[in-house]
Design a protein around this ligand. Structure first.
Ligand code: NAI
Ligand code: OAA
Length: 308
């Protein structure tokens, strides 16, 4: 399995590192526009191979997409991250052009590739890849829900004073500060609804902290996060590489599912060798349905700023 990661910055390098450490891929190609940067990151990572015990070959290139030819999966992390005080949506002006250009180069060299979109505003960037790549819709997957769900579980474990391995939960809808929908009604501790253990105040704390998870880290770090984003992407790449058929919330093109069409939004899906094997239809409460529709409205407005 050959994987290309475009953007050798914080998220791209973290993603390449986690993929290599899990030892399920033969090759990872890092691509960046900054001269020598991807080559340097690849060499540094390769020098951890004997220390960390992996055999994945990591190479880097400055914009030579012929080196990415025959990739099974490509991850797009190229573009600018937000700074404290910004929203993800404010990145559209610069990142849309980058994502469109990168997609064209990837598809030219790997016509059967499955693309995982990470660059922000992610739901809109995933939509852009659908509109410009010519790839079938099962081959374009936006990464947001996997990360947001991990942050949800982190906050649930904190509020429950429980180990993270005890908790389960999922976040759907938009990958934005306001449009995220942590499904508290379905979150559990060892199969028992968390609502049995948490006060309303604590439930609200978990929801609000999950939604601003990215903004909280951006404020602390001065730029956005990379470890959990990289790990989340590696889980998705592994689900494809190993045909795991894992259920992961991802930003996918909807065609009537959850009452929406012609929009990419986070919904649970089975991820396997074909990319998206199936969108999973779960029952939402009336309140959750209304929040999902509200998130869709906001993402649709941002999508309206795209020029194809
Ligand atoms: N979907 C999600 O859950 C997450 C999304 N992000 C997004 O991922 C993106 C990357 O974030 P970081 O890695 O922190 O940024 P970064 O600045 O560390 O890395 C971005 C890299 O992209 C490269 N780049 C820019 N234009 C390029 C092009 N045309 N071709 C190839 N490479 C190009 C830059 O040289 C840089 O090395 C941002 O848009 C950020 O908002 C970050 C975390 C989570
Ligand atoms: O917060 C950001 O801008 C980056 C991101 O999407 C995240 O970490 O969730």
């Amino acid at each position: 399995m050959k994987v290309t990661v475009v953007g050798a910055g914080a998220v791209g390098a973290s993603c390449a590192e986690y993929i290599a450490m899990k030892n399920f891929c033969s090759e990872v190609v890092l691509v960046d526009i900054k001269e020598g940067f991807a080559e340097g990151k690849a060499m540094d990572l390769m020098q951890t191979a004997s220390l960390n015990g992996f055999d994945t070959k990591i190479t880097g290139t400055t914009g030579d997409y012929s080196k990415t030819a025959g990739s099974h999966v490509a991850v797009i992390t190229s573009g600018i991250p937000r700074k404290p005080g910004m929203t993800r949506e404010e990145l559209i002006g610069i990142n849309a052009g980058i994502v469109k250009d990168v997609t064209e180069n990837l598809v030219k060299n790997s016509p059967d590739v499955i693309i995982i979109v990470v660059s922000n505003p992610m739901d809109t960037m995933a939509y852009l890849v659908h509109k410009t790549s010519g790839l079938p819709k099962n081959k374009i997957i936006g990464m947001g829900g996997a990360l947001d769900s991990a942050r949800f579980k982190y906050r649930l474990a904190e509020a429950l004073e429980a180990p993270i391995s005890d908790v389960d939960g999922m976040v759907i809808a938009a990958h934005s500060d306001t449009g995220m929908l942590p499904l508290l009604s379905k979150a559990t501790r060892n199969g028992v609804p968390v609502t049995e253990f948490l006060s309303t105040e604590k439930q609200n704390y978990v929801i609000e902290e999950t939604k601003v998870g990215g903004a909280t880290l951006t404020k602390l770090l001065g730029t956005s996060a990379w470890y959990a984003p990289g790990a989340a992407v590696s889980v998705m790449v592994q689900a494809i590489a190993c045909d795991q058929k894992k259920m992961i919330p991802c930003s996918l093109m909807l065609d009537g599912e959850y009452g929406e069409s012609d929009i990419c939004l986070g919904v649970p899906a089975i991820i396997g060798a074909n990319g998206v094997e199936k969108i999973v239809d779960i029952t939402l409460t009336e309140e959750e349905k209304a929040k999902f529709a509200e998130a869709a409205k906001a993402v649709r407005e941002v999508n309206g700023d795209l020029k194809f």
